[in-house]
Ligand binder design. Structure first.
Ligand code: CP
Ligand code: NVA
Length: 322
């Protein structure tokens, strides 16, 4: 007997897998649940829509925001959470991902995985009969981008038609941002060093084929010119081995007040965190009024809640009226 259910689970592996309507729906759910819970001391969601549901949170790489926002978000929606360290599971002793997925699917209702090997996420989703959420791989970080869009729109209104500048490494976060540019209709200008640090060709080609306005340059000034937001990320991502070389190559991509001055006077500074002050961003920019990095971090919580509700099929907007 097959253990795979007839209807496909609502996985969230990449931004590009979802239509503009679905992404907008998840963002609306997130904003509604945030509005409902604002100002409450113990912000449990009315009706506890995920009561009796369990989240398996598998983190094989370090995390502060992703781990805590999923854990707290699931609990605020009435559900329970099992934080699973893959190295402490039988997975760490060689049990297959396929068997792990089929076993966990019998216990939990949704799984979030952060992994250092993108193929592991795809394999888990292939065998899981419950929704699988990408909690970051070296290839993409889609849940971060949900929070980023929520944050930008809270501060500056609809993102469609705006210009965002990505300065630094064409990494996992950049890839998900590129996909979002195509789906949500903003223009994304990425300034990266040449060679291995340029954004994923696959992501850029996909985005352009899907109407995305993606501009690539090696000049941070050109990318920042008139931008509505300047975004950066660490120069050394988890798993990157060549830290010394990177810190040298990325030096011209440091976001400082001079670079911000080229952007729109209302430009936001955004960063998924953790930040390395003095490397990808100056302290003055990080601490400036333009910086919305802690709103971005808070919105991880609200975005995860919108996403969990969608994954679990508890996404009827009328249930979350103010
Ligand atoms: N931005 C982000 O994903 O942070 P963590 O690595 O702390 O989860
Ligand atoms: N690009 C970073 C993001 C951390 C949230 C990394 O992969 O380490």
């Amino acid at each position: 007997m097959s253990t795979i259910k007839a209807s496909s689970p609502r996985h969230f592996l990449d931004i590009k897998d979802h239509s503009t309507e679905t992404l907008r729906h998840i963002l609306t759910l997130a904003a509604r649940v945030k509005a409902l819970q604002q100002g409450r001391k113990h912000p449990l969601c009315p009706g506890l829509p995920l009561a009796g549901r369990a989240l398996g949170l598998m983190m094989s790489r370090p995390s502060t925001r992703t781990r805590v926002s999923f854990e707290v978000g699931m609990k605020q929606l009435g559900g329970t959470v099992n934080v699973l360290s893959p190295s402490e599971m039988q997975l760490g002793r060689g049990e297959s991902i396929a068997d792990t997925a089929r076993v966990l699917s019998r216990f939990v209702d949704v799984i979030t995985l952060r992994t250092g090997t993108d193929a592991n996420l795809r394999e888990l989703a292939r065998w899981s009969s419950v929704p699988v959420i990408n909690g970051l791989t070296p290839v993409s970080h889609p849940v971060q981008i949900l929070a980023d869009i929520l944050t930008f729109e809270e501060h500056r209104g609809p993102i469609a038609g705006k210009k965002l500048a990505w300065i630094g490494d064409g990494n996992n976060v950049a890839t998900s941002m590129i996909e979002a540019a195509a789906r949500l209709g903003f223009s994304l200008h990425l300034a990266t060093p040449e060679g291995e640090f340029t954004p994923s060709e696959t992501a850029v080609n996909w985005a352009r084929e899907n109407g995305g306005d993606i501009r690539l340059t090696h000049d941070p000034k050109e990318a920042a010119e008139g931008a509505d937001a300047v975004i950066t990320d660490t120069w050394v991502s988890m798993g990157d081995k060549d830290a010394e070389k990177r810190l040298k190559i990325f030096r011209p991509y440091h976001v400082d007040e001079a670079l911000m001055a080229l952007a729109s006077p209302q430009a936001l500074f955004m960063h998924c965190l953790p930040a390395h002050i003095g490397e990808e961003v100056s302290e003055a920019v990080f601490e400036s009024p333009a910086s919305v990095v802690f709103d971005e971090a808070e919105n991880r919580l609200h975005a995860q809640k919108g996403l969990l509700l969608w994954c679990m099929g508890k996404d009827d907007l009328s249930a979350y009226q103010g």
